[in-house]
Structure formats: structure tokens, C-alpha cells
Design a protein. Structure first.
Ligand code: URA
Ligand code: SF4
Length: 188
């Protein structure tokens, strides 16, 4: 059996037709970044800009993510960024349970290859899909251990587009994440 890699997953995702989301996409959007990253960020699904470019978090939500990372001293090229589903749902609707279930194998493989010390969940969809969680606002800023993996919960950067007050919450959480990395001697 050949060794799995993020490049291999990328090649498979790009031509994947396992669910209906392949029909309306321009480009599938595999995870990208440092395949040895200490921190992996998991969003919901590609939006319009991501679909056009075939890259995660490159639109407005991506800009907010980048600004927040920079504020707390994280570097985008050193982390790994991915989504629950790799193709854009029409009109940016929330991906269905079926779409998430079908696409999950790619995310699981990304997690197993990168083997991040902390998986940072961005928003409700990723929280639901990975941990069966509910409200993100009630749980943001928390660490959760599951299946011997460490997860951290924060809001989705796109939430800030609709409510600018949440910018502070996201920054505060990212600061918590960085402090915990330093406490646990996790290189970032
Ligand atoms: N929102 C997401 O959840 N993921 C992206 O890649 C872009 C916007
Ligand atoms: Fe394949 Fe996932 Fe895209 Fe569905 S969303 S077509 S499972 S890559």
C-alpha cells in the first residue's frame, strides 16, 4: 500500500464525484498548508472565492482569519487549513449530513497525516460534525479531548462579517490557543 499524503488527498479531492456537491462546483477545495503543522483549522465549506480559486479561506472570511492569525503571532504557512466538505454548497447553504458523511474520509485522512497537536474548530458546522456539539457561542474558547485528540473551539471568521463585535471574541480565543501551545511546549 502506498503511503498517504496531503498531495494524494488533494489529487483525489480535485476529481471527486462522491456527492452531489461536485455538480455545481468550479473547483474542489482540498485542505492546504504545512503537512507537519501543530495546529489544523477546520471550517465549514468553501465559499464563492474558494470555489473560484480552489483554495480554502481566500475570500473575506479568509482575510479575517489571516488578520486574526497575524494579531496573535500565528503564520498561515505554518498551519494547515481545511473544511468539513471540500466543494461549495450552492448559495453557501450549510452542507447536509449526507454530504458531510460522504466527504469525511478526506478530512480524517488529512487529520491522520498532519497529526496536529490541536484541531481548531471554526464554527458550528465543524463543531457538530467533529464533536456532535451544538452552540458555539456557549462553548467557544474551550479545549475538548476526544479519541485522544485535542480540539479547541472558536467562532467561524465569517460570523464577524455579520457581527463585528465577535472580532474581539475570535482574537481572544486565538490568544488562548497560542498561550496553551506555549504552556504545552507545542511549537507554532
Ligand atoms: N468559509 C469556510 O468555512 N471555509 C472556507 O474555506 C471559506 C469560508
Ligand atoms: Fe467529493 Fe467532498 Fe466534493 Fe462531495 S464535497 S464531491 S465528497 S470532495
Amino acid at each position: 500500500m502506498s503511503i498517504d499524503s496531503t498531495d494524494k488527498i488533494k489529487a483525489e479531492v480535485i476529481r471527486c464525484k462522491l456527492c452531489n456537491l461536485c455538480r455545481n462546483r468550479t473547483n474542489a477545495v482540498p485542505g492546504e498548508g504545512n503537512s507537519k503543522a501543530s495546529i489544523m483549522f477546520v471550517g465549514e465549506a468553501p465559499g464563492r472565492n474558494e470555489d473560484e480559486k480552489g483554495r480554502p479561506f481566500v475570500g473575506l472570511a479568509g482575510k479575517i482569519l489571516d488578520e486574526t492569525l497575524e494579531k496573535v503571532g500565528l503564520v498561515r504557512s505554518r498551519i494547515f487549513v481545511t473544511n468539513i466538505v471540500k466543494c461549495r454548497p450552492p448559495g453557501n447553504r450549510v452542507p447536509t449530513e449526507e454530504e458531510r458523511r460522504v466527504c469525511k474520509n478526506y478530512l480524517e485522512r488529512e487529520i491522520s497525516i498532519v497529526s496536529p497537536k490541536i484541531i481548531c474548530i471554526l464554527g458550528r458546522t465543524a463543531y457538530q460534525s467533529l464533536l456532535g456539539g451544538g452552540s458555539i457561542l456557549g462553548n467557544r474558547g474551550k479545549f475538548i479531548e476526544k479519541d485522544s485528540k485535542l480540539f479547541f473551539l472558536t467562532i467561524h471568521p465569517a460570523a464577524i462579517i455579520y457581527n463585528n463585535k465577535l472580532r474581539y471574541a475570535l482574537e481572544k480565543d486565538m490568544q488562548t490557543l497560542v498561550s496553551e501551545c506555549s504552556r504545552l511546549n507545542i511549537p507554532i
